[in-house]
Design a protein around this ligand. Structure first.
Ligand SMILES: C[S@@+](CC[C@H](N)C(=O)[O-])C[C@H]1O[C@@H](n2cnc3c(N)ncnc32)[C@H](O)[C@@H]1O
Length: 359
C-alpha cells in the first residue's frame, strides 16, 4: 500500500518538501574527518604574528574585504595567545577520546580537535592542553567533565523525516509485520530505540508516524520509543520538545500542522507525540551499559557509525544485535554500511533503502 503522506519524498515528484530519496552525508557531518579551518585561521591575514597564517585552508582573499585594512583584533582573529596542541598531545587526546566513546579523530584532524577542546580550556580557565588532559584523566574530575568533552567532540546534525524511505519501510512493512506477529502471541507492546538520537528529531518522527499511521490499525498496543545519546546537552534539548525551523525543514506540512504548535519562531511538539518517547544518556561504546538495553523491536542507529573505526563499529553493532528481539530490524545511515562489520544480520531491501534483520 502506498502512503500518500510519503509521496512528496519520492524522486521525480514535486512535493513542496521534496528532497532526494535519502540524505547525503551533510557537510557538517562528514565525520571527525570533516574539513575544517584550523582554529582562529579563518580569514587570517598573511604576515601577522599568527604562526597559523600559512596553514592549509587559511588563504586570505583580500577581495573579501575590499581594500580596507581591518585590524585582526577587530575581527577577533588574533589568536597568537591561543593554546597550541602538539602532535604528542593530539595523540593523547585522540586515544583518550577513542577509548571513552569510540570516536576516531584521524591524523589530519588535529586542528579540529584543538579548536573544540580549546573551548573546554577556556571554560576552566586553563592555559595548556596538558592541564586539561590531566583534568579529564583524573577520575573524580573526569566524571564531571567528560559530558562536556563529549559535547564538544560530537556532531549533532539531525532533522525530522531525515531519510524518508526508511520511515516509509518502517510504517508500511516492518511495523505491520512485527505487530501482527505480536498480536498473534498476545504481546501488546512495541519498543523502538533511536540510538544516537541527538536532539530527538528521529525519535519524534517515529512517534508521529505511529500516532498517524500505526495506532489506528493496532489500537490495543503500547508504543515505547527510547532516544539516547552520549551528549547530555542535546538530550536536554530533545526533552523540551521545542524545535527551530531548521529541524522541521523536511517535514510534511500535514505533520507540522497536526503535531506542532507555533510559538514565535519555535515549533512545539504536542504532548501526545512526546509522551511516547523517553530520552536517556547511553554511550554506544560502553558495552556494560549497552547490555542493559534489551528487548527492542526496531533500532535506528543512523549517522553515528561514520565516526567510529571498524573495531568500534564491530563492537557497537554486536551490542545492538543483542539489544534487538528476534525478527527485529536495525537501520543505519544512508552513507553507512555493515560491510566488514557484521555478518549476523539478514540484509532486507525496501524501496530506496535497506534494513538489517535479526533472524
Ligand atoms: C549526526 S548525529 C545523528 C543523529 C540522528 N541519529 C540522525 O541520523 O539524524 C550523531 C550523534 O551521535 C552521537 N554519538 C557520537 N558518539 C556516540 C557514542 N559513543 N554513544 C552515543 N552517541 C554518540 C552524537 O552525540 C550525535 O548526537
Amino acid at each position: 500500500m502506498a502512503s500518500d503522506l510519503f509521496d512528496k519524498f519520492r524522486f521525480g515528484q514535486g512535493g513542496t518538501n521534496h528532497r532526494p530519496s535519502a540524505p547525503q552525508p551533510d557537510s557538517s557531518e562528514s565525520g571527525t574527518g570533516a574539513s575544517a579551518l584550523p582554529p582562529g585561521t579563518a580569514g587570517t591575514v598573511p604576515g601577522t604574528a599568527d604562526g597559523n597564517a600559512v596553514r592549509a585552508g587559511s588563504t586570505f582573499d583580500k577581495s573579501q574585504l575590499g581594500q580596507i585594512f581591518i585590524p585582526p583584533s577587530l575581527l577577533n582573529l588574533d589568536n597568537s595567545n591561543a593554546p597550541k596542541m602538539d602532535e604528542a598531545m593530539f595523540k593523547r587526546f585522540r586515544d583518550f577520546i577513542y577509548e571513552q566513546c569510540g570516536i576516531s579523530f584521524t591524523e589530519n584532524k588535529k586542528y579540529l580537535l584543538e579548536g573544540r577542546i580549546a573551548k573546554r580550556l577556556e571554560a576552566h580557565n586553563l592555559s595548556t592542553f596538558d592541564e586539561y588532559f590531566r583534568l579529564i584523566s583524573t577520575s573524580a574530575a573526569a566524571r564531571e567533565e567528560l559530558p562536556s568533552l563529549f559535547e564538544v567532540v560530537t556532531i549533532n546534525e539531525t532533522y525530522f523525516f531525515r531519510n524518508p524511505p526508511q520511515f516509509e519501510a518502517l510504517e508500511q512493512v516492518i511495523l505491520p509485520e512485527i505487530l501482527k506477529a505480536k498480536q498473534a502471541q498476545g504481546n501488546k507492546k512495541l519498543r523502538i530505540w533511536s540510538a544516537a538520537s541527538s536532539s530527538g528529531e528521529e525519535a519524534y518522527t517515529m512517534s508521529m508516524l505511529i500516532l498517524e499511521r500505526i495506532k489506528p490499525q493496532f489500537p490495543g498496543f503500547t508504543f515505547e520509543i527510547v532516544g539516547s545519546d552520549i551528549n547530555t546537552a542535546v538530550l536536554e534539548k530533545a526533552r523540551t520538545g521545542v524545535f527551530k525551523e531548521y529541524s522541521v525543514r523536511n517535514m510534511p506540512a500535514h505533520y507540522l500542522n497536526k503535531y506542532f504548535t507555533r510559538e514565535g519562531d519555535k515549533y512545539v511538539l504536542t504532548p501526545e507525540v512526546r509522551s511516547q518517547v523517553k530520552f536517556m544518556c547511553i554511550n554506544l561504546y560502553d558495552t556494560p551499559t549497552m547490555r542493559t538495553m534489551t528487548g527492542f523491536d526496531v533500532i535506528f542507529c543512523c549517522n553515528v557509525l561514520i565516526y567510529f573505526d571498524t573495531i568500534a563499529k564491530q563492537q557497537v553493532v554486536a551490542d545492538l544485535y543483542d539489544a534487538l528481539n528476534k525478527t527485529g530490524y536495525l537501520f543505519i545511515g544512508y552513507s553507512e554500511s555493515l560491510h566488514g562489520v557484521s555478518k549476523a544480520f539478514k540484509l532486507v531491501h525496501f524501496p530506496k533503502t535497506i534494513a538489517y534483520k535479526k533472524e
